[in-house]
Write a protein that binds this ligand. Structure first.
Ligand code: SF4
Length: 700
């Protein structure tokens, strides 16, 4: 029977219908389904997603390392061995010797159980997840300004009628093509403004009068935003009535941008004064104006401040909470939103509650049936956690990895690999032998999206049902089963349901009263709503009908006001030595995240088989590089061998690498584990590298 579900990849969560077909090459066929976010459309990744269900190297049996080799084992042996070793490590070195690393692609139910498992079954504070790499700066800025972090506090269809959209640091044409349909109104009105140091596929959509592409030097987005706000204030374009009625902190912000006159901004960013003025006026005079940020401006050591500067600009223009206008951030991973709400963050309990809040601890402990004192305090964020792997005496000696391929997607990937290799025990749950799973002591084969029930929360905070369309291969288990089994073997307190609907009900109870309150929802409610075309945007407390648009009347802070926060640009030297370029990393249309999934889909691999280093032709000529040559992009952390791709859309000082590839093609061998001091998000977008032609053996 056909099942209505959603794409396994990005946060747009395009709707699709999966129909089992014994005669087809894949066990289900995929059809796009009418839905507000995708209107029936899918991108290449979505269309080909079923191919991964029976990929030839699908894992269907647990693997345990013996004599240096991963060998098949029974579930009982594998789980028994894990439980025994975890218990021993805890006895000998304390609970924090065990770490847990989650993922933004896990269902809400799995993310919730993973957080509960870490706190109750392992007793460890050391849990965090790969969403720290993508969403944490925007989340920190949203929490600071609005008291709530929901990426888009409005339905994505609100964008349709806007005539002005400022999109900072997001290449949606490659990452989520069906989203482009929501930008057509702004493009038709000439108001599509893209900020990107690269003339990406999205930036190219500003051509022919559709809008403006601003191409600042990498790492100068904050200055650009300070400059835009300077022009808005200097030209009397701010919404002073809105600022007075709905915000605090404006005076300090006004003073903080006073020194960022356009000529100074041009000097630092390279964006011409004329463009700055045109954009500021357009933002102020649009009939419907949205400001949206993405990873390009957030994955920096000042990412939280940059997102804050974008919010300050939106607040000064009176956009936030005004119907037909707004501010939002584009979540990347499929459950990047829900995955950051239910407890797999190091400082968080379900419902987006702080683990340090006594009331939150008591509420969640009551649902779990434990004493609040049993729940550990806050742990450490992802990059710090990964830096502790294998460290003695107080580091992490065992790590459980769920829904993440950190050895490809983490910053300074070579150091992460060394840390993983130094562990006493590495357990990875995955459905293929990812590069991280290859290093594991135990690999547990898990279900894929079409084989399981659950929920995801998309980029608009809309809670969606994932439905099972077919049975998993024999031997494969859900992470809900695995964690419950391990919890029992570890004599954990509380109950450990394995039915996703039952887990969701518990999650809903645990979230009651939190910022992300799901207590009015259940699988049955979501199914009934889907039948009649209704949506469930959180907060959705019991008795409510959901909240498609936040902030219409008040913000999440106790006084109901949004907070403008004055932010400063960091030291404005490039930090580059002569001959160095700035590496920015990003995505391709054909691949998703670390590529562990999409590099196994033949059509996608044929289209994008390898990493390409994108360079301006003039830069390449200076370095003696021709289009298609093998080059080495390197720095003190590592070296990547790539084929050169010459493009006049690149700045002269910049090189671009997609981060989906592994081994010698892994862009994150070069990135640094430097993080934003507020969000702990790593700086993926501003790495010093050199580029040179590869010598013969490197090219081979
Ligand atoms: Fe839609 Fe994203 Fe899936 Fe593409 S990858 S089909 S844009 S959800």
């Amino acid at each position: 029977m056909a099942a209505d579900s959603h794409c396994p990849y990005c946060a747009l969560q395009c709707a699709m219908t999966l129909t089992p077909d014994p005669l087809a090459a894949t066990p289900v066929t995929v059809a796009g389904r009418a839905f507000p976010t995708n209107r029936g459309g899918l991108c290449k990744k979505g269309w080909t997603s079923a191919e991964l269900l029976r990929t030839p190297d699908r894992l269907t049996v647990p693997l345990v390392r013996r004599d240096g080799e991963l060998r098949p084992a029974t579930w009982d042996d594998a789980l028994g061995m894990i439980a025994e070793r975890l218990a021993a490590l805890r006895r000998e070195h304390g609970a924090d010797a065990v770490g847990v690393f989650g993922g933004g692609g896990l269902t809400n139910e799995k993310a919730y159980v993973l957080g509960k498992f870490a706190r109750l079954a392992l007793g460890t504070s050391r849990i965090d997840y790969n969403g720290r790499f993508c969403m944490s700066s925007a989340a920190a800025a949203g929490n600071r300004a609005f008291g709530v972090d929901r990426g888009m506090p409005f339905p994505v269809t609100d964008l349709d009628d806007a005539d002005t959209i400022l999109l900072l640091g997001s290449n949606v044409a490659a990452t989520m093509p069906p989203f482009l349909g929501h930008l057509s109104g702004a493009r038709a009105a000439g108001g599509f403004i893209v900020v990107d140091p690269r003339r990406s596929q999205t930036a190219q959509l500003t051509a022919d009068g559709a809008g403006i592409h601003l191409q600042p030097a990498p790492g100068t987005d904050l200055v650009l935003l300070l400059g835009l706000l300077h022009v808005v204030l200097a030209d009397g374009l701010a919404d002073t009535a809105y600022l007075e009625a709905r915000t605090t902190g404006f005076d300090a912000v006004r003073r903080s941008v006073a020194g960022w006159w356009p000529e100074r901004v041009q000097e630092h960013t390279g964006v011409p004064v004329g463009q700055l003025r045109v954009v500021a006026r357009r933002l102020a005079r649009g009939r419907g104006t949205f400001i949206l940020t993405g990873r390009g401006v957030e994955q920096h050591v000042d990412g939280t401040d940059t997102a804050t500067a974008a919010i300050n600009l939106a607040l000064a223009l009176g956009l936030v909470g005004r119907p037909g206008s707004g501010y939002g951030t584009l979540t990347g991973q499929g459950n990047g939103q829900g995955g950051r709400e239910h407890g797999q963050k190091c400082d968080q309990l379900p419902g987006y509650r702080k683990i340090t809040d006594p009331a939150a601890r008591a509420a969640v402990a009551a649902v779990w049936g434990v004493d609040p004192a049993v729940i550990p305090g806050p742990g450490v964020p992802a990059v710090e956690l990964l830096g502790m792997l294998g460290q003695r005496p107080d580091g992490v000696r065992a790590l459980l990895v769920h829904g993440s391929n950190v050895v490809v997607s983490g910053p300074d990937a070579g150091a992460i690999r060394s840390g993983l290799e130094a562990l006493d025990l590495l357990v990875v749950c995955d459905f293929v032998l990812s590069e991280t799973a290859e290093l594991a002591d135990v690999v547990l084969p898990v279900t894929q999206w079409a084989e399981e029930e659950g929920t995801m929360t998309n980029l608009e905070g809309r809670v969606l049902r994932r439905r099972r369309a077919l049975d998993p291969p024999p031997g494969v288990r859900s992470e809900l089963d695995i964690l419950a089994d391990l919890a029992h073997r570890l004599n954990a307190p509380s109950t450990w349901p394995t039915d996703p609907a039952e887990v969701f009900d518990e999650l809903a109870r645990a979230s009651a009263g939190g910022v992300a309150d799901y207590s009015g929802l259940s699988h049955a409610v979501l199914d009934a709503q889907a039948e009649i075309g209704e949506a469930a945007h959180w907060p959705y407390p019991a008795g409510s009908t959901g909240t498609p648009r936040l902030f219409l009347d008040r913000f999440g802070h106790d006084d109901g006001r949004a907070r403008l926060v004055a932010v400063r640009a960091r030291e404005l030297t490039t930090g580059r030595r002569p001959g160095e370029l700035t590496l920015i990393t990003g995505r391709l249309l054909e691949h998703y995240q670390s590529g562990a999934q999409t590099r196994r889909v033949p059509e996608l691999v044929t289209a994008q088989p390898e990493v390409r280093a994108e360079l301006h032709p003039a830069t390449a000529a200076r370095l003696g590089i021709a289009d298609g040559d093998r080059v080495v992009v390197g720095n003190s952390r590592g070296a990547v061998t790539a084929r050169a791709l010459l493009s006049t859309g690149m700045r002269l000082d910049t090189v671009f690498l997609p981060f989906h590839f592994a081994g010698r093609q892994c862009a994150n061998l070069l990135t640094e584990a430097a993080v934003d001091p507020i969000s702990a998000m790593p700086e993926f977008k501003r790495t010093a590298v050199t580029v040179r032609p590869a010598v013969e053996e490197e090219a081979a």
